[in-house]
Design a protein around this ligand. Structure first.
Ligand code: ATP
Ligand code: MG
Ligand code: MG
Ligand code: MG
Length: 477
């Protein structure tokens, strides 16, 4: 029989007879009260079992984790909390769950334990909420760009191009690695590989995205991205989802405006649509804060933090200004940073980024115009000849959430930069074509979707906001 989702049952305006609900048992109390969840909402619906007329055998099988179907009347609830409950008339066990062995008993599990059970952790309240919020955020991403007339472009996942040149790529090969074809000097002969040359999983769709922006005007990608990151941090995954808009005729400042407007839009959309889940996640965080010493507790709760972003412009500072701030705030007598910035040209470490955001500005910050030699070759050289039109957006608790730039549109300057760092023009001939035929000012950015989900859910480890995290040593299923 057709079921009604728990979310809709709880939102009903009136009692109903003979409704069907299906879901998984969270708890079963006093041989009578089932807390049933079907994933449509953070809330469970209470199903009251007529235990006197239900066989003992069936009652025993109502265990945590079991899948059940109930038919009964939706009646006003006498107890506190919810408006409605189901007075069960018939109950069917769809799938038993051995409660002794079921790992997701309703108690507080450590996040580490839950990570080892990625296939079951989604049955907990917290992960159900995170996954619903993630889904709504993804919808918001498409909604924003579609409303603004961007074209959604699917850039390739297998590619011969290395956009970042950082050597963090996973290679793709169809060769028999036990017995690969070899060149005379013993190296593997990739000419005989599936594509006839070396290929890898994409680290960014930007270069291909640029080519499409130079025809379609405004495009965005939103797809999986792969980086063989050696670092085992709470902000890096080996497989993550990246959102990359690219816009013809936009300069760096248009780019910052777009990024800021976009982030605000998707957060607002999600806050509006996910009140219950966000309130639940906020409550979870408040409990966590209470267990910390007073002086280490966060001053703002989750929804305050989200509203702050909605109501305040991000602070914008040039790299040079940022360096001055960091220098001035590093008194000799006290060592504030592990790595002290002494000179212009050094890259910002995450401790500096966090200082700017969390201590100095107390707001998201956009740092722009970085030294050319610490940024990628495709970023536009400024008139000073030493900085490029790059921008990073830094968020509290996270650090870099966006990396973007105005792209170098001048053929000669681009070729010169590529030569300097040893990128073969022949390898990127197609990319250079975009500068040979109708080049124009353009810019774009990459936003790591999971870092956005981290911020919106208030979680602190990126492994906890993606269904099946891939990290070093971790891709079993
Ligand atoms: P980071 O400095 O944090 O390593 P990055 O500068 O290497 O990031 P970019 O190449 O600028 O990253 O990529 C654009 C965005 O993609 C980043 O701002 C970040 O939000 C996200 N991102 C980059 N690497 C990862 C990763 N390994 N896991 C999750 N998100 C990532
Ligand atoms: Mg990186
Ligand atoms: Mg970075
Ligand atoms: Mg970056």
């Amino acid at each position: 029989m057709k079921r009604t989702k728990v979310k809709d049952l709880l939102a009903s305006t009136q009692p109903m007879s003979d409704v069907t609900a299906k879901g998984w048992v969270r708890t079963f109390r006093n041989n009578q009260f089932i807390a049933l969840n079907d994933g449509s909402t953070i809330h469970n619906i209470q199903c009251v079992v007529d235990f006197e007329n239900t066989p003992e055998e069936t009652l025993k099988r109502i265990t945590t984790g079991a899948a059940v179907s109930v038919v009964g009347d939706l009646v006003e609830s006498q107890g506190a909390g919810q408006k409605f409950e189901i007075q069960v008339k018939t109950l069917e066990i769809l799938g038993d769950s051995d409660a002794e062995k079921f790992p997701m008993q309703p108690k507080k599990h450590s996040l580490e334990f839950l990570r080892d059970n990625a296939h079951l952790r989604v049955r907990t309240n917290a992960f159900g909420a995170i996954m619903r919020v993630r889904s709504v955020l993804a919808a918001a991403v498409h909604q924003y760009f579609q409303e603004q007339g961007f074209v959604y472009v699917n850039t390739p996942i297998i590619t011969g191009a290395d956009a970042e040149g950082a050597g963090e790529m996973f290679q793709v090969s169809a060769l028999d690695m036990n017995n690969p074809p070899r060149n005379e000097d013993g190296t593997i002969n990739y000419k005989e590989d599936f594509f006839g040359h070396q290929t890898n999983l994409t680290v960014s769709g930007q270069l291909e995205g640029e080519a499409f922006a130079m025809a379609l005007g405004q495009i965005y990608t939103f797809g999986p991205t792969f980086r063989a990151e050696n670092s085992n941090t709470s902000r890096h995954l080996a497989e993550f989802w990246m959102i990359e808009p690219e816009v013809a005729f936009n300069d760096l400042h248009d780019n910052m405006d777009l990024a800021e407007d976009f982030i605000r839009y998707v957060i607002k959309y999600t806050v509006d649509k996910c009140q219950d889940d966000l309130k639940f996640l906020e409550g979870r965080l408040i409990d966590e804060e209470k267990s910390k010493p007073q002086d280490q507790r966060s001053e703002m709760n989750l929804l305050d933090k989200l509203n702050f972003v909605l109501e305040n412009n991000f602070k914008r500072v040039s790299y040079t200004e940022a360096i001055d701030i960091l220098r001035d705030s590093t008194p000799n007598k006290k060592k504030k940073f592990q790595y002290v910035i002494n000179e212009w040209g050094a890259d910002l470490q995450s401790e500096h980024e966090r200082f700017l955001v969390e201590k100095h500005f107390k707001s998201p910050v956009i740092v722009y115009d970085y030294p050319a030699n610490i940024k990628s070759f495709y970023m536009r050289l400024n008139e000073d000849g030493k900085t490029v039109g790059a921008m990073d957006i830094l968020f509290p608790g996270i650090g870099e959430i966006v990396g973007g730039s105005q792209r170098e549109e001048r053929y000669d300057v681009l070729v010169e930069k590529m030569r300097k760092i040893g990128i073969d023009e022949k390898e990127l001939w197609w990319y250079l074509d975009t500068r040979r035929f109708g080049t124009a000012v353009h810019s774009g950015f990459g936003l790591g979707f999971e870092r956005l989900v981290l911020f919106v859910t208030g979680m602190t480890n990126i492994r906890d906001v993606i269904p099946f995290p891939r990290t070093p040593g971790n891709a079993e299923f």
